[in-house]
Design a protein around this ligand. Structure first.
Ligand SMILES: [Zn+2]
Ligand SMILES: [Zn+2]
Length: 267
């Protein structure tokens, strides 16, 4: 029984029961839904939130990669403008529509949708989608975003995989990968060296590291993922952008020419 409880606690910790987890913007106070009975287990967010709702400009699209608590937080979604289109993984609309969103589009791998000229295509990852260890399985999506000939990958949490390598044929300029929560969850979350390899496989030029330094979900020190990622990149580390929470970054003008991506030729 103790062992079972230990396993359960590991699963909960892994998938962030913490969760009740508020990611991104500041949510309203937690409400006493069944899901939030775990609030006592919720750690404080490590840094202050980078943005408030008032800081956000018009929000056209909200992308939900998967239903884990640190990625699909009901209180954060409740606080965001309901005029946004929500693109989500399989099964997640049932969680999101009751919050007041009228346009929720579930995508399965290979499916795409377009919002205001932005095409969103779902693809896979090496991860999983259950919200609770005993509950139903939801989908889990990475997304390729395309607009005006520019492409970006938003990778789902992922363990090491070569699933992103085919993007190399038509590489995105930017790829965003989760880089933390790998100790001991290496079978669900790649470590920084593995992330650098997956990033290189995509052929993308800029890497935006996500999923580190916010909640304590694993054993590695909070600042270790970024340090290891920069070390793994070596002389290419200048391609790692947005290294601090709360900073803004604009891709340099003409960067696609400089990095050999011929956007116009692809469309
Ligand atoms: Zn996850
Ligand atoms: Zn996660």
């Amino acid at each position: 029984m103790a062992m079972l409880a230990g396993v359960l606690m590991q699963l909960l910790a892994q998938h962030n029961i913490v969760a009740a987890a508020r990611s991104g913007v500041s949510p309203a106070a937690l409400k006493r839904s069944a899901e939030n009975r775990t609030a006592a287990l919720e750690p404080a967010r490590w840094p202050r939130d980078a943005l408030t709702i008032a800081n956000l400009q018009q929000l056209d699209v909200i992308l939900v990669t998967h239903a884990h608590m640190d990625h699909l937080d009901l209180n954060s979604l409740k606080a965001l403008p309901k005029s946004a289109v929500v693109v989500a993984c399989a099964g997640c609309a049932s969680l999101i529509r009751p919050l007041g969103y009228s346009d929720v589009r579930e995508l399965r791998w290979g499916e795409r949708t377009t919002v205001n000229g932005l095409t969103v295509t779902a693809m896979g990852a090496n991860h999983w989608g259950k919200r609770w260890p005993w509950g139903r399985a939801y989908g889990f999506n990475s997304y390729v975003l395309e607009k005006n000939g520019r492409r970006m990958l938003l990778a789902c949490d992922s363990a090491m995989t070569d699933i992103f390598a085919p993007l190399h044929k038509n590489p995105p300029a930017i790829a965003a990968f989760s880089i933390g929560a790998y100790d001991p969850w290496i079978w669900n979350h790649a470590d920084p060296e593995q992330v650098w390899r997956m990033f290189v496989q995509t052929g993308a030029y800029y890497l935006v590291p996500l999923h580190w330094g916010t909640f304590r979900l694993s054993k590695e020190p909070m600042d270790e993922p970024m340090r290891r990622l920069i070390a793994a990149a070596g002389p290419e580390s200048g391609r790692i952008v947005m290294r601090q929470i709360g900073v803004a970054w604009t891709m340099p003008h003409g960067a696609e020419d400089a990095i050999g991506i011929d956007a116009a030729a692809r469309y």
